[in-house]
Design a protein. Structure first.
Length: 169
């Protein structure tokens, strides 16, 4: 079972993993209402290294990002549904996940810059994620490989919410 940790604790452990030659992979996102698409993304991420860290958006970060018109996410002020502390606990219980950490801000860039994982896994195609091309170039210059994993067709938290809403009389 994984652990929910602070950014400071995670960053302090990073040096030991690097010294031991353990590849560190980081996937990030909201992870609200976990579904098979999330699981498949995390299992794929896990296959890319020895340590898998999942960085989850705080409620504030997710809500701030929901207001961006260029993002294909159908979020609003009521999202995420599940509080960050609960999302973290659920993710840490998955076999593929070693550590879960929360981040604030419009993107995880600052956290990635401080943590400097070997691989950053992003769901979706270029331009549809939380890493700008400029940020991606900077992170790659620091030695972080960015791997894009296509989203699983038919799976999304928004679709789950729509299905639940249709069941209500």
């Amino acid at each position: 079972m994984g652990q929910v940790v602070s950014q400071a604790e995670l960053i302090s452990r990073r040096g030991g993993w690097k010294h031991a030659g353990q590849g560190v992979v980081c996937a990030n996102g909201c992870f609200d209402l976990l579904h098979p698409g999330h699981i498949r993304l995390l299992e794929h991420a896990r296959s890319l290294g020895e340590i898998l860290v999942v960085a989850i958006e705080s409620e504030e970060a997710a809500r701030a990002r929901s207001g961006q018109a260029d993002k294909p996410l159908r979020r609003g002020p009521t999202r995420p549904i599940t509080p960050a502390v609960e999302r973290a606990e659920i993710l840490a219980a998955l076999a593929a996940v070693d550590f879960v950490v929360e981040f604030d801000g419009k993107s995880p860039h600052e956290f990635f810059t401080r943590f400097c994982p070997d691989v950053i896994v992003v769901g979706g195609k270029a331009g549809s994620d939380s890493i700008s091309p400029r940020d991606a170039g900077e992170l790659e210059g620091r030695g972080c490989k960015i791997v894009r994993v296509p989203l699983e067709p038919g799976y999304s938290t928004s679709l789950l919410i729509e299905r639940i809403s249709e069941l209500r009389p």
